[in-house]
Design a protein around this ligand. Structure first.
Ligand SMILES: *Cc1c(COP(=O)(O)O)cnc(C)c1O
Length: 389
């Protein structure tokens, strides 16, 4: 057997094979290659802007084309690609948080670039929540800095690590997410801030990929809502989820920004995003405060669905504190079976399997968005009833 066939057969044996499948998008539905129409509960477009904003997006594009839309930055921002719209968006975000801001091409670029740049500051130890995103761990391996994981959301375990290592390293960087995508739960942000404030060489790195736009009265995420965003040393915001765009940024102090411009390789060595996309991100950021009704609708829908799911699932744990809910069924095989059952019922909610989640905690994940109505969640509940969980 050649090495590829061997590796693939091992992946298949673990029920972990991933495949690309293309979908046409029709509002809250997607259409698969066999023509089947499925309710899309796998989208991270939490405010539903791709659906609810069809007209506004058309208007935006109309305006942009009249102004001469640039579809490529044609080089890195460090060369000639630094169109004025980049610093305009940075100033807009910086103003909203009262800090400085540096854009990246995606959340993946931001985490890989930031973590590896920070790790090269010298004698650095990262203390990372075990459920942090893959891009965080990729960044750490690139940095070659030391790291320790702590049990998910376990501030006591974190405290023990801080106590043990604070005198051995120059910098301790705590890494967490605002809202975790696997269990759909919040980080204890206020406690993390309090803990890091106890050590003068501790820093907090918080990735709000799933909460920016969707959480907080003005849509500025959880740290901001709790009034502690200025205590987050490195606040990562991504634009591909609730903001319905593409890109990411770090909100930080000006000195950190300057350091990253000089050291974050994913920024330096990659063509900047198309100015058109940056302009759209700026448009969404400027509209975020007005989108409170969408956030309230999403919150109501999520709370009600969670309650109804918990009533119907006798033997299955229902996780999630916001718009991401999970039905934890156990093995990879069972998660695939449930996802397939839902698919037959016209619902696309993917199986999330080991190794993306711990062994025997495979699940089906339900992502809600503000374009959904109760009729849609009722269809899901009926399908769940038939599955007898
Ligand atoms: C999605 C996600 C990313 C990656 O963001 P992209 O802009 O999609 O590359 C990073 N961190 C977390 C926590 C995410 O969920």
């Amino acid at each position: 057997m050649n090495p590829f066939a061997k590796a693939l057969s091992e992946i298949k044996a673990r029920h972990s094979l991933r495949e690309l499948r293309s979908y046409e998008h029709e509002g809250v539905f997607v259409r698969g290659s066999l023509g089947e129409r499925l309710l899309n509960l796998a989208s991270n477009d939490y405010l539903g802007l791709q659906i609810l904003w069809r007209e506004r997006i058309a208007e935006f594009l109309h305006h942009a084309s009249k102004e001469g839309a640039y579809m490529s930055a044609s080089s890195s921002r460090l060369l000639s690609g630094d169109f004025p719209i980049f610093s305009r968006l940075e100033s807009l975000i910086a103003g909203l948080y009262g800090r400085d801001c540096l854009l990246f091409n995606s959340g993946y670029h931001a985490n890989v670039g930031m973590m590896s740049a920070l790790g090269r500051l010298g004698n650095v130890l990262f203390l990372i929540d075990e459920y942090a995103h893959a891009s965080v761990f990729d960044g750490v391996s690139l940095s070659r800095a030391h790291f320790r994981r702590f049990a998910h959301n376990d501030t006591h375990a974190l405290e023990t690590l801080l106590e043990c290592y604070h005198s051995k390293y120059d910098m301790l960087i705590i890494v967490a997410e605002g809202l975790y995508s696997m269990d759909g739960d919040f980080a204890p942000i206020a406690e993390l801030v309090a803990l890091k404030n106890r050590y003068d060489n501790a820093y907090l790195y918080l990735d709000e990929a799933h909460s920016i736009g969707a959480c907080g009265d003005e849509g500025l995420g959880l740290a901001r809502e709790l009034g502690v965003s200025e205590s987050v040393d490195f606040l990562i915001l991504t634009f591909g989820k609730a903001l319905s765009s593409v890109g990411a940024c770090v909100v930080c102090d000006s000195e950190v920004k300057e350091y990253c411009i000089n050291t974050a390789r994913s920024l330096i060595y990659s063509t900047a995003l198309p100015p058109l996309n940056i302009a759209f991100s700026a448009y969404v950021f400027a509209s975020l405060a007005q989108l409170a009704p969408y956030r309230i609708h999403l919150r109501t829908l999520s709370v009600e669905l969670k309650r109804e799911l918990a009533l119907r699932c006798k033997h299955t744990r229902v996780l999630g504190e916001a718009h991401i809910l999970s039905l934890v069924v156990g093995s990879n095989e069972r998660a695939l079976e449930l996802a397939q059952h839902l698919r037959v019922c016209g619902i696309f909610a993917p199986a999330i399997r080991y190794p993306s989640v711990p062994k025997n905690l495979a699940r089906v994940r339900i992502c809600l968005n503000a374009a959904l109505e109760p009729t849609h969640t009722h269809a899901l509940l009926e399908a769940i009833e038939r599955a007898e969980l």
